[in-house]
Design a binder for this molecule. Structure first.
Ligand code: TYD
Length: 208
């Protein structure tokens, strides 16, 4: 089972992933939690490159290919092997982040992004994608409050203008609407416990 977590900034994905992983392990699942960009040695090197706020000259095409390179490594080195062993993979962001951020956010061609992503992942799609949705300003405020604790501080993408983040959020909701069987949108303004309960209820349906 391959479950991805998506959404605009500050939705609390990492907390929800940690809680869900604990619950799944109690039920005997072999759970691997991971994130993008990153999750591998090569992916972490790409992460440092792509999120570095000093890299203001980065071209949108280079940005896509860097995220995709990290993803290709992630799929081949970590995700596919764990799924092949019968495990559960929970990933903090995956290919839909590229559609939302580079496609809707940067207004790059969605069909081209889908082609690049299919190549990078060998067409590996999540069984379920959970979107932690909340108004952009709420999310950015939450992020700002915790930024100094995070490893990347206030990264290159988070520094984008408000309208960029609004397009990203609207993009996610559009993606979820079009492919509603795969997506599960959770209101991230609820308490952590309420959001987790909504997530477990949906994941439960996928368990044997
Ligand atoms: P991160 O600090 O992991 O943010 P978050 O906690 O919100 O996941 O930084 C990842 C950033 O990279 C985030 O702003 C979203 C962005 N991103 C893309 O623009 N495209 C992508 O394909 C991926 C995976 C992430």
């Amino acid at each position: 089972m391959f479950v991805t977590f998506e959404g605009p900034e500050g939705g609390g994905k990492s907390t929800q992933i940690r809680l869900l992983a604990g619950w799944l392990r109690e039920q005997g699942c072999a759970v691997l939690t991971t994130r993008e960009p990153g999750g591998t040695r090569i992916g972490d090197a790409v992460r440092a490159l792509v999120l570095n706020p000093e890299h203001v000259e980065m071209q949108p095409e280079a940005e896509i290919l860097l995220y995709s390179a990290a993803r290709a490594q992630h799929v081949g080195e970590v995700i596919r092997p764990h799924l092949a062993r019968g495990g559960v993979v929970l990933s903090d962001r995956y290919a839909d982040s590229t559609l939302a951020y580079q496609g809707y956010g940067r207004r790059l061609d969605l069909d081209a992004l889908r082609m690049i992503t299919a190549f990078a992942t060998g067409n590996l799609k999540p069984d379920l994608t959970i979107c932690l949705d909340l108004p952009v300003l709420d999310g950015l405020q939450r992020k700002r409050a915790t930024a100094s604790e995070g490893s990347d501080d206030w990264n290159r993408i988070e520094r984008e203008e408000l309208e960029f983040h609004e397009r990203v959020r609207a993009g996610y909701l559009e993606l979820a609407r079009v492919e509603s069987e795969r997506w599960w949108v959770v209101d991230a303004r609820q308490s952590v416990e309420q959001a987790q309960a909504a997530i477990r209820a949906r994941v439960q349906q996928l368990l044997p």
